[in-house]
Design a protein around this ligand. Structure first.
Ligand code: SAM
Ligand code: SF4
Length: 323
C-alpha cells in the first residue's frame, strides 16, 4: 500500500472521540469545542469494519487516540474487535493518563499492546494549570499502571513550552534512569488554542538536548522496538529508558510519513495539516466498499505539509483530527 510518492502506508491513527476531560493549553479552548453529535461518531463495529477492509491492503498498526480515548465507554470492546482482525500486528493507545490506572488491566486483557501517556509536568499544581481541569491521578501512577499491566514499550509525551514547563525537562528525563520508559519531548506546534503562541514558546530540540546533557552524557540510540515514528532517541549511560525529541517545528519528516488518520466521524485524513480527506463513513453506512476511497486518498496524500509557511492560526486543534 504505497502513496503517490512511494511511501508505504501501514499505520492508522484512529480518533475514537473528539471529546476530552482536559483542556490542555496547547490543544483545546478552555470552554471546549463544538462536539460532534453522537450519531455522527463511528461505532466500535464501524471502526473495526474500516480496519478489516484496510488490513488486506497493508494496514498493520493502529493507534487509538482522540480527544481522550479512555472517556469513551468500554474502550476495551474496540480493542478486542481490532485484535481479532487478521494482519493487525500492533495496537497502541494515546492517553492523558487520568483514567489509565483503572483501565490498564482491562485494555491489556482485551489485547492492547502498548501505550503513550502525555505527561507535561510532574508537579501537581502545574499539571492542573496546563490541563485546566482538576487532575487526581499523578502522571507517574498512570505510567506505573501501564508497567504493571505489562504494556510495552511505554512512551511518555511531553509538549515543551518555554516559560511554562521547560524547566522540568531534566526532571522528566530522570525517569529514564529508573524505568524502561521512553520520554519524548515534543516541540510545541502553535495550532488550536495555542495559535496565538509564537516561536517564543517553542523550545527547539537542539536546546532541549543541550539541557538534557546536564544530567549526563547522551548517546544516540535506536528507539523502542515497536513503533517507528518520527522521534530521534538518545540514552544516558546504563539507563533502562531513553529520551527522544520530536521536531515538528524545526525539521520535517514528511518524506518518511507512514500514517493516515481516521477522525471520530469517519473521515480519512492523509496529512495532519491540510485538508486532504475522504469521507469513509457515508460509504460504510451505504454498504459500499472502502478500497476505492482509500486508494484515492493515498493518491492525494500531500508530499509534505506546510505548517511553517501556513497561516497556522486557522488550523484545527489536534484533538479534532486525532493528533
Ligand atoms: N488525549 C490524548 C493525549 O493527550 O495523549 C490523545 C490525544 S492528544 C491530541 C495526542 C498528542 O498530541 C498528545 O501527546 C499531545 O500532547 C499532542 N499535542 C496536542 N496538541 C499539540 C500541540 N499544539 N503541539 C504539540 N503536540 C500537541
Ligand atoms: Fe485532551 Fe489530549 Fe488535547 Fe490534552 S492533548 S486537551 S488531553 S486531547
Amino acid at each position: 500500500m504505497k502513496d503517490a510518492f512511494g511511501r508505504s502506508i501501514e499505520y492508522l491513527r484512529i480518533s475514537v472521540t473528539d471529546r476530552c476531560n482536559f483542556r490542555c493549553l496547547y490543544c483545546m479552548p478552555e470552554e471546549g469545542l463544538q462536539w460532534l453529535p453522537r450519531s455522527e461518531i463511528l461505532s466500535y463495529e464501524e471502526i473495526a469494519e474500516v480496519v478489516t477492509q484496510l488490513a488486506p491492503l497493508g494496514l498493520r498498526r493502529v493507534r487509538l487516540t482522540g480527544g481522550e480515548p479512555t472517556i469513551r465507554p468500554e474502550l476495551e470492546k474496540l480493542v478486542a474487535l481490532l485484535r481479532a482482525i487478521p494482519g493487525i500486528e500492533d495496537i497502541a493507545l494515546s492517553t492523558n493518563g487520568s483514567r489509565f490506572p483503572e483501565h490498564a488491566p482491562r485494555l491489556k486483557a482485551a489485547g492492547l499492546d502498548r501505550v503513550n501517556i502525555s505527561v507535561d509536568s510532574l508537579r501537581p499544581g502545574r499539571v492542573r494549570d496546563i490541563a485546566r481541569r482538576t487532575v487526581t491521578t499523578p502522571p507517574v501512577d498512570a505510567l506505573l499502571a501501564a508497567e504493571h499491566a505489562g504494556l510495552s514499550p511505554i512512551k511518555v509525551n511531553v509538549v515543551v513550552m518555554r516559560g511554562i514547563n521547560d524547566d522540568e525537562v531534566v526532571d522528566l528525563a530522570r525517569l529514564t534512569l529508573e524505568h524502561a520508559w521512553h520520554v519524548r519531548f515534543i516541540e510545541l506546534m502553535p495550532v488550536g488554542d495555542m495559535r496565538g503562541a509564537t516561536w517564543e514558546h517553542v523550545v527547539p530540540s537542539e536546546e532541549i538536548l543541550d539541557r538534557l546533557s546536564a544530567l549526563g552524557a547522551l548517546t544516540p540510540c535506536a528507539g523502542p522496538a515497536r513503533g517507528n515514528g518520527p522521534a530521534v532517541y538518545h540514552r544516558y549511560s546504563g539507563a533502562p529508558g531513553t529520551v527522544g525529541v520530536i521536531t515538528p517545528m524545526t525539521h520535517t519528516y514528511c518524506a518518511s510519513c507512514n500514517r493516515v488518520r481516521l477522525t471520530a466521524d469517519g473521515r480519512l485524513r492523509t496529512c495532519l495539516f491540510g485538508d486532504a480527506e475522504v469521507n469513509l463513513r457515508d460509504a460504510l453506512r451505504a454498504g459500499k466498499p472502502l478500497e476505492p476511497l482509500f486508494v484515492r486518498a493515498l493518491e492525494e496524500k500531500p508530499k509534505e505539509h506546510a505548517l511553517l509557511q501556513m497561516q497556522v492560526g486557522g488550523l484545527q486543534a489536534l484533538s479534532q483530527v486525532g493528533g
